[in-house]
Ligand binder design. Structure first.
Ligand code: ADP
Ligand code: MG
Length: 565
């Protein structure tokens, strides 16, 4: 009896064996075969490799080999590089805040060694021969000199064989290889100067020459079709440099997996940056779509914390707000330059001699132009909702509501800017008083200043009521109360909405409310006017909420549909 009692109170905490500690730690860094490839690639890139060859067998579970032509390691370094916390990239605390290399944790090779069998060969340019070590259960079991070119070769076999619990998760070699291919594609995008060769089960899958330009690399990896939908972005400020491409709204995706962000060449996810870019697209995208982008951000390493994720997939900015503000401005500038967006900064900046906004408004270039032959064209209305028209290169389908919304939106926006909201106010002969549910009252109170900047004169009028005495001229005939409520509703969901986005929103509601609806019959004359006006808009591809307003079907596509090609 006493024996059982002692058993019960025996201490339960014990120190794990070094082997188990190593395996547990490795689990964080090496999640799946693609994590091994990522760490090996980062090491090769840090070593200045110009060509990297990766051979995968059975999704990486059987074998991963990598060959690089980087700086290589001397014998002494080679013999310690697989040990935990060994790195040549970092020495002092202070250096941690100035990391420019991809690696710095000194954990990758030791983590891989804990869950696989590894052979490392390496030779520096100065050494006449190379050296090789074979590592089993985290220990060197063999050392030999070898003849080899300068660089490093690493062969990893039987990954996760000694951690059966983890191995169970990888049932599909194809899926694991897909992860590896995605990863290599992404890394190759940010290092166009480096050549990459990737094979699976001895079949070549990817072969990218070295010294490509960023454009060549993107074309090669993603194809000419996607490339034709990209807008180049180039932006420099005293704090950061941003270069790359934005996808036009037509190729926006339902998920964020087409967002490639490299910060100091490190492939990372960063929610504030993703959100800032989406915000900058404004009404060009519907709320559920995510913009496509390839962006290479360079920023002083002191402004970053790269040590916030075991696999280095995330970073933190010291001042996220300042960075995202500049990124948002860079994206808007690119969209404006490509006539996809109206510039709608503060209406006060709209002066005769301010080239910025005024030029953009005047130099409208229609995105397509059917005007010259519109006269003879017959426009068909289908189901009182869609219009169809022959064009030089195919057929154009138009959604009449979305198209009219876009036209009105741009008209309203233009009038709004030109009139200078604050100066052209319409004062009601008698102020309108309205009340709001209590939950919304606070909200409106917080936004009174925003409304005032837009030219609305709203004051609290006791308890849950407000008094509107003036509105911008163009809004004077609208149902102001429902407009204010709708916008408020939206503001509640989307906090921190900017003034630009906000005025844009107000205007898009107006456009939507006043536009012809699906189901309205249009006379041939009205159809013609609608199509003509749509041709003159700046971003006629989508309605202000981002739904398509027109879809062009090319002759080639028609021919393909009918198998004429
Ligand atoms: P980290 O990259 O964080 O320093 P690793 O465990 O990935 O840690 O690598 C340990 C060290 O081994 C590196 O700091 C580097 O000196 C050396 N090393 C690893 N791979 C290579 C390579 N491909 N070429 C040259 N040196 C390498
Ligand atoms: Mg490393």
């Amino acid at each position: 009896m006493l024996f059982y009692f002692y058993l019960f109170i025996m201490p339960k905490i014990r120190l794990l064996s070094p082997d188990l500690i190593a395996k547990i730690a490795a689990g964080e860094v090496i999640e799946r075969p693609a994590s091994v490839v990522k760490e090996l690639l980062e090491n090769s890139l840090d070593a200045g490799a110009k060509s990297i060859k990766i051979d995968i067998e059975k999704g990486g579970l059987q074998k991963i080999s990598l060959f690089d032509d980087g700086a290589g390691m001397e014998k002494e370094d080679l013999e310690v590089c697989h040990k935990p916390h060994t790195t040549s990239k970092l020495e002092t605390d202070e250096e941690l805040s100035r990391i420019m290399s991809l690696g710095f944790r000194g954990e990758a090779l030791s983590s891989i060694a804990a869950v696989s069998e590894m052979i490392i060969r390496s030779k520096t340019a100065l050494s006449p021969i190379g050296h090789q070590t074979k590592i089993l259960n985290r220990k060197i079991v063999e050392k030999n000199p070898v003849g080899m070119p300068s660089g490093t070769q690493i062969i990893i076999e039987n990954l996760f064989e000694n951690t059966p619990a983890r191995k169970k998760f990888f049932s599909s070699e194809t899926l694991e290889f897909q992860h590896i291919l995605n990863l290599v594609t992404k890394i190759a995008l940010s290092f166009p100067k480096v050549g990459f060769d990737l094979s699976h089960n001895k079949k070549s899958v990817l072969s990218l020459p070295k010294n490509q330009t960023p454009d060549e690399r993107i074309r090669r990896l993603l194809g000419d079709k996607i490339f034709s939908f990209l807008l180049p972005l180039s932006f420099e400020s005293p704090h950061l440099k941003l270069h790359g491409f934005l996808g036009k709204p037509q190729i926006a995706a339902r998920s964020k997996n087409k967002q490639y962000l490299f910060i100091n060449q490190r492939l990372v996810r960063n929610l504030p940056v993703s959100l800032a870019i989406k915000e900058a697209f404004g009404s060009l995208l519907d709320p559920k779509s995510h913009p496509v982008f390839f962006l290479d951000l360079r920023i002083a390493p002191e402004n970053l914390d790269v040590n916030v994720h075991p696999r280095k997939e995330e970073i933190k900015f010291l001042s996220s707000k300042a960075v995202t503000k500049e990124i948002c401005a860079a994206v808007r500038e690119t969209l404006e330059k490509n006539n996809l967006l109206f510039s709608h900064y503060s209406p006060d900046s709209f002066e005769e001699n301010s080239p910025h906004t005024a030029m953009l408004l005047r130099e409208q270039t229609p995105i397509w132009n059917v005007r010259e032959n519109l006269e003879e064209k017959e426009i068909l209305q289908l189901h009182n909702t869609y219009l169809i028209i022959e064009t030089k290169t195919g057929a154009l389908l138009v959604d009449q509501h979305a198209a009219h919304e876009r036209i009105l939106y741009e008209q309203f926006l233009k009038t709004f800017q030109e009139m200078n909201a604050k100066k052209h106010r319409y004062e009601f002969p008698e102020a309108i008083v309205f009340s709001l549910p209590l939950s919304e009252t606070k909200h409106l109170e917080n936004h009174l200043e925003t409304f005032s900047e837009l030219g609305f004169d709203i004051e609290p009028f006791g308890h849950d009521t407000f008094k509107v005495s003036a509105v911008p001229e163009i809004f004077k005939e609208r149902n102001i109360f429902s407009l204010i409520r709708e916008v408020l509703g939206d503001l509640m969901e989307e906090k921190n909405i900017s003034i630009d986005r906000y005025s844009e929103k107000t205007i898009s509601y107006l456009a939507c409310r006043s536009a012809i609806k699906a189901g309205d019959y249009l006379t041939p004359e009205e159809r013609k006017r609608l199509v003509e006006k749509l041709g003159q808009t700046q971003s006629g591809y989508t309605c202000p909420h981002g739904r398509p307003a027109q879809i062009e079907i090319s002759k080639t596509e028609l021919e393909k549909m009918f198998r004429r090609r």
